[in-house]
Design a protein around this ligand. Structure first.
Ligand code: BGC
Length: 733
């Protein structure tokens, strides 16, 4: 890689040669999926800095045009490779971020990033708009599936891991791509979980709760950040120099470039109404610290006219272009404008294995009254639409949800749905296996909120590629199919119309007739495991109380179904833990564990105080017990003994929480500050050690400063965030 001084010199040298037009063009990110090829080529010749949503050969052709522009500055090509290079038909598809977060395993998440980088780079592309570092706290929000869950520390650790995976050791490696920490910041904290609305946040709260994962991203060397759609106290993030300059560049020391989200710039005028003209909007966005403008084509003329008329200083453009060019030099694009990846790696066996590992690590067993692992069964009945619906298993951001005209459908093998996973394992074991669809997941008029809006794109895709899944509800048929089985696997969940951008839900109970199906099957009194193939926690209190076993798979990617079946048969011992809490009822939201104290009554009168399943919960086939918590406040060293009290080997995720007993601002009842995974043999006890740091006990005070206030603290270590799972010690710091 070129050294920093050389890069600085070359950037300044190039900047000196650039006209105002070329500088503004360098800030443009052109949406190929909107412009089409001809227009994209025209922009490339004008020196546009970046393109998005263009794959393979089209990207290569556009890059050649960019290289033939007056200064020959290479463009960078960005894509939403969110859980694998999913918009590409042949790619390896991993579990969603939320699903992968259940692994609490940075190594698995890093591998997911590495494989994705190789596949994206092999397509000649440079950059993924990932990871999402927003927190999923009010789970009515449509994009919870894209988060690493509700906790800032866990999101930060997994975020740093995937960033390492994407960027590798050096940005100029042939198979490294740029990561993009998004959406900066607080996007998930919108009022009422309404996508892109004003956030329920102050700057202090932002810094304490929402900034930590982004700080980790900067520490991990993340090369780009994406601005959030929302606003803070009525001020759009796109136009907020305090978040983009003072905090991001000033406090965090970020040295990459910032891209707006989709048409954020024009939204200042047409949605948020803080700019009367596109010129005003463009000046606000550029001056606030956005370096690259995604998909606002009028920015070009508007920025030029603003400079000509003196509304904007050319130095604003210089700063933005400097940031972009620096990364292009760090990627060595001037010598090698195309990423080449690893030839033949897209969807190769090694990558598919990584997807299998990720799917297995994300399986979270939430309840097991002795039904699992399945033993001595002669017939298994697998029931439910999501047991055999690939789109629901994949979730958002694949070629199903974001189809590309050049990409064929239907889906490419290998993938394994839950139905297929059971069929294969049952066949190997000489067990009979039947499948029945049961009922639709799609909301009906009988749902609490009536039929949901139909997403026309999703509907069109279903019609083209998944017509075999369009069936009539047949609950009696499902009951008949299961009647003589000795194990029922019922798969419930949601569908793509119910999540993603623009798709928040008011009601998170199971849609359609899924509860009716559950009750009808339950009445058979046959052991029943309920599997959740869903984008997020849904409200399943009755199932949690009455099913024999519950497995959470979320959107498990290509091998999500195989992992469920393997877990059910005990082929591996599940070790997933929830990165997010399950509410009893939508009206109980938000229900995240690290709440502030002070609620008079501490609960809604008509709901329990606790969630159905808490953050950090999850079990395997062996119970773990905890004893002998020690903590030395002088060295900040904590130890605890963890015993595998079962008869199979297992992996425990040891979780460390702290609480600041008296502080100058109200502190959460507990806050995760560390965790580790430990493999423990049956009957074995391991002493687990955590070297904590003072900064783990910090808060953001009223002056928005990150400080550690001396005084009394509690340290809690155990199996989950539930008080009953934690050993506690009190100390003075
Ligand atoms: C989303 C981003 C995404 C971008 C480009 C936006 O609407 O909010 O997450 O990266 O589109 O597709």
């Amino acid at each position: 890689m070129l050294n920093n001084d050389t890069i600085k010199l070359r950037v300044e040298e190039l900047l000196r040669q650039m006209t105002v037009e070329e500088k503004v063009a360098q800030m443009m990110q052109i949406p190929f999926n909107i412009t089409g090829k001809e227009e994209a080529l025209r922009w490339a010749k004008m020196g546009a800095g970046s393109f998005l949503h263009v794959l393979g050969d089209d990207a290569r052709e556009i890059q050649q045009a960019a290289m033939s522009s007056r200064l020959g500055i290479p463009a960078i090509f960005g894509i939403d490779a969110i859980h694998g290079h999913g918009l590409k038909h042949e790619a390896t598809i991993f579990p969603s971020q939320l699903s992968a977060a259940c692994s609490w395993n940075p190594e698995v998440v890093e591998e997911m990033g590495r494989v994705t980088a190789r596949e994206v780079a092999s397509d000649g592309l440079h950059w993924t708009f990932s990871p999402v570092l927003c927190l999923g706290r009010d789970t009515r929000w449509g994009r919870v599936n894209e988060t690493f869950g509700e906790d800032p520390y866990l999101a930060g650790e997994l975020g740093a891991a995937i960033i390492h995976g994407y960027q590798g050791d050096s940005l100029d490696a042939p198979d490294s791509i740029l990561a993009c920490a998004k959406h900066y910041i607080g996007y998930g904290e919108a009022m009422g979980a309404r996508d892109a609305m004003d956030t329920q946040m102050t700057y202090r709260k932002m810094k304490e709760v929402f900034l930590p994962p982004f700080r980790r991203a900067v520490e991990a060397g993340c090369a780009s950040f994406m601005t959030a759609y929302g606003s803070i106290d009525g001020h759009p993030f796109t136009a907020d120099p305090k978040t983009l300059k003072d905090i991001l560049r000033g406090e965090l020391g970020f040295d990459g470039f910032v891209v707006t989200d989709w048409n954020n710039c024009e939204s200042l005028m047409i949605q948020q109404h803080v700019a009367a003209t596109i010129e005003e909007a463009s000046v606000q966005a550029a001056e606030a610290g956005n370096d690259m403008i995604m998909s606002t084509l009028p920015f070009y003329e508007a920025a030029l006219s603003a400079v000509r008329t003196g509304q904007m200083d050319e130095a604003v453009l210089d700063d933005a272009v400097r940031h972009i060019l620096t990364i292009k030099f760090r990627m060595n694009l001037f010598e090698k404008p195309e990423k080449v990846g690893v030839p033949g790696c897209v969807g190769c066996e090694e990558h598919l294995d990584a997807a299998r590992r990720a799917a297995r690590s994300s399986i979270t067993l939430l309840k097991n009254e002795g039904m699992l692992p399945l033993k001595g069964v002669k017939k298994v009945a697998v029931i439910g639409k999501n047991a055999d619906d690939l789109n629901s298993q994949y979730g958002d951001w694949t070629y199903f949800t974001h189809p590309n005209a050049n990409e064929p459908r239907p889906a490419r093998r290998p993938y394994v749905t839950v139905k297929e996973g059971f069929e294969a394992l049952c066949a190997e074991r000489g067990i009979a296996c039947v499948y029945h669809f049961g009922c639709e997941v799609k909301p009906t008029a009988a749902d609490a909120n009536g039929p949901a809006l139909v997403d026309p794109v999703a509907e069109a895709i279903r019609q083209q590629s998944l017509s075999r899944l369009r069936q009539e509800d047949d609950i009696p048929g499902a009951v008949e199919a299961a009647r003589d089985a000795d194990a029922i696997i019922l798969v419930v969940g949601d569908m793509i119309d119910q999540y993603g951008e623009f798709k928040d839900r008011a009601d998170l109970s199971l849609s359609g007739r899924q509860m009716e199906l559950y009750r009808a099957l339950r009445a058979l009194s046959i052991p029943m495991t309920v599997v959740l193939v869903a984008s997020k926690p849904l409200c399943i209190p009755e199932i949690a109380a009455t099913a024999d076993a519950v497995i959470c798979a979320f959107n498990g990617g290509m091998f999500g179904g195989q992992a469920v079946a393997e877990a059910a048969f005990g082929c591996f011992n599940p070790s997933g833990r929830l990165p997010i809490s399950f509410p009893q009822h939508s009206g109980q939201l938000p229900v995240y564990y690290n709440t502030l104290p002070g609620w008079h009554g501490g609960r809604y009168m008509d709901q329990p105080a606790t969630p159905v399943y808490a953050f950090g919960e999850g079990m395997g086939f062996a119970p773990f017990t905890y004893a002998n918590l020690t903590f030395d406040p002088a060295t900040l060293l904590a130890t605890v003994d963890v015993t595998n009290a079962g008869d199979v080997a297992g992996t425990e995720v040891v979780q460390v929480y702290m609480h600041d007993v008296v502080a100058s601002v109200i502190r959460p009842v507990k806050q995760l500050i560390a965790f580790t995974r430990v493999d423990i043999a049956p009957g074995e006890t391991k002493t687990v050690t955590f070297q904590l740091e003072k900064a783990d006990f910090a808060l953001v005070n009223r002056d928005e400063q990150l400080v550690v206030e001396p005084g009394e603290f509690e340290l809690m270590i155990g199996h989950s965030s539930k008080d009953s799972d934690l050993l506690k010690t009190v100390f003075i710091l």
